[in-house]
Design a protein around this ligand. Structure first.
Ligand code: SF4
Length: 526
């Protein structure tokens, strides 16, 4: 039976709500600790960055084992599975697909063995923009073997294709060839590695445990395992951690262009990016929004949960009362039961419900983080009016999203973006609001306390900091169409036995190992 993936995705919500996140990565080197358990909790803290698949690779010094499957972290792993993943070094991943379909093969960590017998497991947050070029250059060997069609699998292959070099030396050769956004954690039998692209588009932080080291996409994943924050992995830096300690090397000169959208929506509010707490930044964005778009109203309400800090800021700056007007049904997507057609037609109502007593007869300011296609905001405005709101004034804590992201966030195609075809008045009419106000780009940037030159703002202003190839060579399914026959039967998520609960064993070396029958006893394959 297909199962819920934890989000109101296409399957559950035909009005697909908004930007999809781009993966969370975690790595730990800690002899004497239960590294698989630490990774599990780290991934738990990063679940918001990807809900399609989860996986953990672990090594005890003699071999690397991977366990991965489609689903949420809590659906993929149980106690017996974690107990079987023993070792002193581990990496983990929560996936939302940006290159390669959402199939079991594309779940991460990916794994490859070198001809000299070293096994490499790798997890990736971000998206490469020269995947097709890399694949062409590396030929058929790139995708032969594991059935994966992700840029991550390609990088793992490239790292494993230099048996004459140590993994560290191979990484210093391969990483400069990659173009795009990448925060990698990877490992071999004994060493944990972390690397971040020279632009530092996606976050990656280094933390310290009493008896080891941790790397993670966000500081919240360090907090949950009791690690203290040491620093960010620098753009263009490769870190290696083993029994000899921590080594750092540069593979490219840093040119920081951190993702501005992390501050708006992607990162957890309790994360700190480039020294700026995300919650504080969002409150500040809300204050700025109130200064730029004031309105007479009775109540400021957030679209939960990502609109909450900005709504707090808007209320504080405007003096209008802050309150709840929409309740989230937090577990609706986390079900094994697929909704009937009737329920699907309810769309956003599956996810949000109005607090009628709070909104009836009120002039509302509704604060949300972004408008992508506009379907969610249109449904919310209609729902609030039906619940008795007198006026609905929509305030958005980011500028209009008018350009697609090629660095790891799956918004939509340019044609699907509401702000691409309409001006603000057209968007206001389209979503049915009384008034509409977006925070300015300069206001948003000021709230991050980062210089404009150190931020990627491409989805707002169309200035892409990393050169893009021709249109035909970028996109989520690029490796399914370049240099490789596309198999018509490429399985779709939730439609094949691939997603049967806990059938997702794997660990395999350079040769593909057939996936075990889910009915068979589970055995790790080293
Ligand atoms: S295009 Fe937008 S979402 Fe993508 S990296 Fe740049 S700021 Fe972030």
């Amino acid at each position: 039976m297909p199962r819920g993936d934890g989000r109101l995705s296409h399957d559950l919500d035909p009005q697909r709500p908004g930007p999809q996140d781009a993966c969370g990565v975690f790595g730990v080197w800690a002899p004497g600790e239960e590294v698989a358990n630490l990774t599990y909790f780290g991934l738990y803290a990063l679940q918001h960055r990807g809900q399609e698949a989860a996986g953990i690779a672990v090594s005890d010094g003699t071999g690397v084992v991977v366990y991965k499957d489609l689903g949420l972290v809590a659906q993929v792993f149980d106690e017996p599975t974690l107990a079987s993943l023993r070792g002193h070094v581990a990496i983990g991943h929560t996936r939302y697909s940006t290159t390669g379909a959402s199939t079991w093969e594309n779940a991460q960590p990916t794994i490859r063995s070198t001809a000299s017998g070293t096994t490499i497991a790798l997890a990736h947050n971000g998206n490469l923009v020269n995947t097709a070029e890399l694949q062409r250059e590396s030929g058929e060997r790139a995708l032969a073997g594991d059935g994966a069609t992700s840029d991550t699998s390609l990088v793992t292959m490239l790292l494993a294709s230099r048996p004459d070099l140590s993994v560290e030396a191979a990484a210093l050769e391969v990483l400069p060839q990659l173009r795009g956004a990448f925060s990698f954690v990877f490992m071999d039998e004994s060493t944990l590695y972390a690397a971040r692209d020279q632009y530092g588009v996606r976050p990656l932080v280094l933390g310290r445990l009493e008896r080891g080291w941790v790397v993670a996409s966000e500081t919240a994943a360090l907090d949950i395992v009791g690690a203290s924050v040491v620093r960010e992995v620098e753009p263009g830096e490769l870190i290696a951690i083993d029994e000899d300690g921590l080594r750092s090397a540069r593979f490219a000169a840093p040119e920081p262009k951190g993702c501005l959208f992390e501050y708006v929506y992607i990162a957890r509010p309790d994360a700190t990016i480039a020294g700026r707490n995300v919650h504080a930044a969002r409150v500040q964005i809300g204050r700025q929004l109130a200064r730029e778009h004031e309105v007479e109203a009775d109540l400021v309400i957030p679209v939960p949960e990502s609109g909450t800090p900005a709504a707090i800021g808007y209320a504080a700056e405007s003096g209008i009362t802050f309150g709840a007007g929409l309740m989230k049904n937090p577990y609706v997507g986390r079900t094994f039961i697929q909704p009937s057609q009737t329920l699907r037609q309810l769309g956003i109502r599956l996810k949000l419900n109005p607090l009628r007593e709070n909104v009836r007869g009120k002039r509302l300011v509704v604060v949300d983080d972004s408008i992508v296609r506009g379907n969610t905001q249109r449904a919310i405005v209609r729902m609030l009016r039906e619940a008795g709101a007198l006026e609905v004034h929509v305030r958005i804590s980011s500028p209009p999203v008018a350009w697609p992201c090629f660095y790891g966030i799956d918004f939509a195609t340019r044609a699907e973006l509401l702000a691409n075809g309409l001006d603000n008045e057209g968007i206001r009419r389209s979503i049915g609001a009384d008034t509409l106000g977006y925070v300015s780009l300069s206001g948003l940037i000021a709230a991050t306390e980062q210089p404009k030159s150190r931020l990627c703002r491409a989805c707002f202003d169309g200035e892409y900091p990393i050169e893009l190839p021709a249109d035909s060579l970028i996109g989520k399914h690029v490796l399914e169409g370049v240099g490789r026959r596309v198999t018509a039967e490429t399985p779709e998520p939730h439609a094949t036995p691939f997603v049967a609960a806990h059938s997702g064993y794997d660990a395999f070396s350079s040769a593909r190992v057939p996936r075990p029958d889910p009915e068979e006893p589970k055995n790790h394959i080293r």
